[in-house]
Unconditional design. Structure first.
Length: 265
C-alpha cells in the first residue's frame, strides 16, 4: 500500500503528472494534498492563493483517489513538521509506504520534508522536474529584459535565516568506539563498490578484507557490520537458497562513490 503526500505549491501540471506516474507504478491507496493556509502577517498571500487553487483543481481532477485536503503553513516550521510527521506516523502504523512530492513547495518546507523523511523507513521523497527548467526567466543573458529580471531577483529583500531542526541520529559516529566501527563499515562499502556493488556471501567480504579463512568469529563480526549498514539503509542483504547476497542500495552506491572519490583526492 502506497500513499502520496503532495506539497502543493505553484505548479499544477507537474504535481498532477507526478501523482499519475506513481499511480501507474504502485497504485495509490491514499492521496494527501497539503495546501498553504496563511496564519500570520509574514505569510505570502500570492503563494497561498496559487497553492489552494492548484490543490482544489487536483482534488477535482483526481476525484477517483478521494484526495484528502490538509491546510498548513509552509512558511512556519512547526506547522509543516507537525502536519507531515502526523501523516508519516499514521502511515507507518498502518504498514503503508509514503511518497512525498516536494516539487513546488517553499524552501523551508522542502527541508522539513526531507528531514522528516529521514526519520521513517517507509518514506521516500520525489520531485517532478520541468521540461523547460528556465521557463520563468525573461529573455537571455545580455538582453535588457533579462538583465532587469536578473537584477530584481538578485536584490530581493530577505528575512532572518531559519535553522531547520534535525533528528539527533546521524550516519557519522558520535564516539571513539563508533568511529572504529564506521571506518570498517565505510571500507566495506568501498569494497562492494569496487566489486560491482554486490557480494555473493559474507565469505567474499571477509576475503576482500584480506583474511584467508572465514571462521565463525569473522563471520559473526562481519555479519554485525552488514546488519548495521542495513539499518542505515546503505546495503541490502537477501538470503538466497545457499548464501546471503549483500548489495549496495541506490543511496549506498552514491555514498560509496563519494567515499571512493574522497580517498583518491
Amino acid at each position: 500500500m502506497t500513499i502520496i503526500i503532495c506539497l502543493v505549491g505553484t505548479h499544477y501540471r507537474r504535481a498532477f503528472d507526478g501523482i499519475r506516474y506513481w499511480s501507474k507504478i504502485h497504485g495509490i491507496t491514499k492521496l494527501y494534498l497539503l495546501y498553504s493556509e496563511p496564519k500570520g502577517e509574514g505569510d505570502p498571500p500570492v503563494f497561498s492563493y496559487m497553492s489552494k487553487t492548484n490543490a482544489e483543481e487536483l482534488k477535482d481532477k483526481l476525484e477517483i483517489l478521494d484526495p484528502i485536503m490538509v491546510p498548513y503553513n509552509p512558511m512556519e516550521q512547526r506547522s509543516a513538521f507537525r502536519t507531515i510527521y502526523r501523516i508519516l506516523h499514521q502511515a507507518r502504523e498502518s504498514g503503508e509506504d509514503v511518497l512525498i512530492d516536494i516539487t513546488s513547495t517553499t524552501n523551508l518546507t522542502m527541508g522539513i520534508a526531507l528531514t522528516t523523511a529521514l526519520m521513517f523507513r517507509n518514506a521516500r521523497v520525489y520531485s517532478v522536474p520541468s521540461k523547460e527548467p528556465a521557463w520563468y526567466v525573461t529573455g537571455k543573458p545580455g538582453d535588457p529584459e533579462f538583465e532587469d529580471w536578473f537584477e530584481r531577483n538578485r536584490e530581493q529583500d530577505s528575512r532572518d535565516p531559519i535553522e531547520l531542526k534535525l533528528p539527533g541520529y546521524r550516519l557519522e559516529p558520535s564516539s571513539k568506539h563508533e568511529e572504529k566501527e564506521w571506518e570498517r563499515e565505510k571500507k566495506l562499502l568501498v569494497l562492494l563498490h569496487e566489486n560491482g556493488g554486490e557480494a555473493d556471501s559474507i565469505s567474499d567480504i571477509i576475503r576482500w578484507f584480506g583474511y584467508k579463512a572465514a571462521n565463525s568469529t569473522l563471520r559473526n563480526r562481519f555479519s554485525r557490520i552488514v546488519s548495521r549498514l542495513e539499518m542505515k539503509g546503505l546495503v541490502d542483504a537477501e538470503k538466497g537458497s545457499k548464501m546471503k547476497v549483500i548489495s549496495l542500495t541506490d543511496f549506498g552506491e552514491i555514498f560509496a562513490e563519494a567515499l571512493t572519490e574522497g580517498a583518491a583526492e
